[in-house]
Design a protein around this ligand. Structure first.
Ligand code: KG4
Ligand code: ZN
Length: 337
């Protein structure tokens, strides 16, 4: 039906989720069944368990999403599903469900990039937010700077040439024996440290492009730790955390500001785990405020994996007539492109 109701399905990791969203921004239901209790005792997501749980949960979750939205399959305009990146077993469960629903109801089946979904959480949360805008999506697996001309249409300005920013946080915390994931731990620790204590490099900071590189910074921090240990010197963990984090924040904010000025946008959005970094948010907000530019990020509830964000992207693809073929496969290593 031409009413802009999109059923979204998300099963790329350890949440089985289905949602109904109207015209990209109005969430009628967003059911999320977390499997975290089944994986916790193994210390991480076990792909085989995840696939089995997705098979068990997918139909009840979809039924609940329709029920809560007060609609039936025949009311849907299209069905959108995450086809990557993620765990192949889980992705295939969602894709099979979406194809069946689309075929049985003769509606379009729309494959969605999970990372794009995370970005669109911002448009669900902030209803009046409109492009053009600049978006930084930064997590444990990627660091991409994008320019959104309009909803459903973006251009990649730059991305990391090696490690993602989150990977550097995780690796440094691991080497210091602080735990996983490293981001929130370093974030807390840095508050107690002096960010000027150690002068770490800021790769590509002054280069006239939007590319990032975090591998050199990470290595430099690891070398510093090794040197201190070899000399029998104590490592001031808070100072190290603060100095490292300052380097990351300087790199990310510099490139964002450069993009804001060049593209002349009024707003910036953030997505991905590293976007919850307190110092990044505070420094960026202050610098953007001086330029009269707004900063937005999704609230916590929409930061974790959920199907509403998938429905939202799906609507804009639907409007543009973009849909999938029935031989579409899962793409575990899909990138933004
Ligand atoms: O988007 P996300 O939850 O998952 C994927 O990587 O797909 O991002 C997780 C990453 C991890 O590397 C984690 O250490 C980092 O985000 N992270 C943070 C913070 N919270 C999470 N990094 C810096 N500061 C934080 N507060
Ligand atoms: Zn995710």
């Amino acid at each position: 039906m031409e009413n802009g109701l999109i059923l979204g399905i998300e099963s790329s990791c350890d949440e089985t989720s289905a949602a109904v969203v109207k015209e990209g921004r109005e969430v009628l239901s967003n059911i999320i069944a977390s499997q975290v209790d089944w994986h916790r005792k193994f210390g991480g997501v076990v792909p085989e368990i995840a696939s089995r749980k997705h098979v068990e949960l997918i139909n009840p979750v979809i039924e609940e999403a329709l029920e809560e939205a007060g609609i039936s399959f025949s009311d849907l305009s299209a069905v959108a599903v995450t086809y990557g990146p993620g765990l192949v077993g889980g992705l295939l469960v969602g894709i099979a469900a979406a194809k069946s629903i689309a075929y049985a109801n003769q509606i379009p089946f729309i494959p969605i990039n999970h990372i794009e979904g995370h970005i669109y959480s911002n448009f669900i949360a902030h209803k009046n937010l409109e492009p053009p805008l600049v978006c930084l999506t930064v997590s444990g697996g990627h660091t991409d700077l994008l320019y959104f001309k309009e909803l459903g249409d973006y251009q990649i300005l730059g991305r990391t040439r090696d490690d993602a920013a989150g990977e550097a946080f995780d690796k440094i915390a691991k080497v210091l024996g602080l735990g996983y994931p490293g981001g929130p731990i370093i974030d807390d620790l840095a508050e107690k440290g002096d960010s000027t204590a150690i002068d770490f490099p800021r790769p590509l900071l002054k280069k006239d492009n939007y590319d990032f590189s975090f591998s050199g910074l990470k290595t430099s921090v690891l070398n510093y730790i090794n040197n201190q240990k070899q000399r029998g010197k104590e490592i001031e963990e808070a100072n190290l955390a603060a100095s490292f984090q300052q380097a990351v924040v300087d790199i990310l904010t510099t490139k964002i500001i450069k993009a804001v000025k060049e593209k002349r946008v009024d707003n910036v959005i953030l997505a991905g785990g590293v976007a919850s970094n307190n110092q990044l948010r505070a420094e960026l907000e202050a610098k953007l405020a001086k330029l009269n530019v707004g900063l937005y990020f999704p609230p916590l509830k929409l930061c974790t994996d959920n199907a509403a964000m998938i429905s939202s992207v799906g609507y804009y693809h639907y409007q543009q007539g973009i849909k999938g073929e029935y031989d579409l496969n899962a793409e575990p290593n899909l990138r933004l492109g």
